[in-house]
Ligand binder design. Structure first.
Ligand code: ZN
Ligand code: ZN
Length: 355
């Protein structure tokens, strides 16, 4: 009698030993799944960086050519059409990058994240981490990039609107255009402010500390756009700034990378400086020096975020949490009883902190 059951099977593709066909199939699928995820993560990471580069190139080009644009604007009743063409050209400068972002997000990233989630459920595996499901950050990253590209466009809209209003002997056509530009900017900024709020909630749920910080910063920039356009926004800015500061301190290796941008934004919120501070050299340095994703060592953090163990020692989305001793309200030390209690609590905390 043939003893088929005792034959040691190994997968012809990945070489793993398999006791039976069911396990063979699963084991092979899992290995293929892992290497697909690894490759896609590398691809998404490099695509994000490439798009970010073209976005900032376009932004730099808009800054460079602004003076020329202002000089080309003409006063008088017959120049409305010419001025409109100048405005339209600048307003569309980001169109290509933007359709690249949304195209890639909707046709590649979204189906990938959905399919992998379904496949993992079907195979009954939570790849990588023992108990955590996979939690992909990419769809939200591409959303964030899209908001950033719209922010550049809206900031440009405001800047052009001011230039149009400054033309002496303005034509009616041109001043209507300026009003329209402002109305469109306000409407869109309000819309993004709200939808970014939803994306921030998603980041909180997924433990995406760096991305949450980035989105909060972008949201505050939309708030600044509204302020500069003379409109109020519904955002509780000081609460969000506190939250950002907290994230930067608690997760110094991930959210903390954006602390320079945080300082720049805070200066704009409380000072009278205008926008555009998201693009300072220090703020964008973190993106220019972003390391390349190296495949072959796919890892998952405790939140289930995939990352390259070859590129990063720890998850670049959340990273190590730093426990800091809680700051105490000095008034609570005034009463002796409270003081002693506070001392005890602090001693206890310090002990725990050292362990
Ligand atoms: Zn295999
Ligand atoms: Zn993580």
């Amino acid at each position: 009698m043939e003893q088929l059951a005792v034959i040691n099977l190994s997968c012809p593709s990945c070489g793993q030993d398999c006791k039976d066909l069911r396990r063979y199939a699963l084991s092979h699928q899992l290995s293929v799944l892992e290497s697909n995820i690894d490759r896609m993560c590398a691809k998404f990471d490099s695509k994000l960086n490439a798009l970010l580069h073209s976005m900032y190139r376009t932004k730099a080009e808009l800054d460079r050519s602004f003076g020329t644009f202002v000089k080309a604007l003409r006063p008088g009743p017959l120049t409305g059409r010419t001025n409109q063409d100048l405005v339209t050209t600048r307003g569309n400068a980001m169109a290509e990058v933007q359709s690249d972002i949304s195209g890639f997000r909707d046709h590649v990233v979204r189906p990938f994240e959905n399919n992998i989630a379904n496949l993992a459920t079907f195979l009954g595996v939570a790849a990588g981490a023992d108990e955590t499901d996979m939690s992909f950050p990419y769809l939200l990253h591409f959303d964030a990039l899209f908001y950033r590209s719209r922010l550049i466009v809206l900031e440009e809209g405001l800047r052009m609107q001011i230039a149009l209003n400054n033309i002496r002997g303005n034509s009616q056509h041109t001043s209507i255009m300026a009003k329209t530009l402002q109305a469109m900017t306000v409407m869109e900024a309000k819309e993004h402010l709200a939808t970014i709020g939803t994306a921030i909630e998603a980041c909180e749920a997924k433990g995406l500390k760096r991305l949450e910080t980035e989105l909060r910063l972008v949201q505050i920039f939309f708030h600044i756009v509204l302020r500069d356009a003379g409109t109020r926004s519904s955002l509780d800015v000081s609460a969000s700034l506190t939250k950002i500061q907290d994230l930067c301190q608690t997760f110094p290796k991930t959210a903390g990378l954006l602390s320079n941008t945080y300082a720049a934004v805070k200066a704009v919120v409380y000072g009278q400086q205008r926008c555009g501070r998201m693009y300072t050299e220090e703020s964008v340095k973190v993106w220019w020096t972003w390391p390349k994703y190296i495949t072959g060592k796919l890892k998952y953090c405790t939140f289930g975020h995939p990352y390259s163990g070859e590129t990063w020692a720890d998850c670049p989305e959340c990273g190590e949490e730093v426990q800091k001793p809680q700051a105490r309200n000095p008034e609570s030390f005034l009463k002796e009883k409270d003081f002693v209690a506070a001392m005890r609590a602090m001693a206890k905390n310090t002990k725990q902190w050292r362990v």
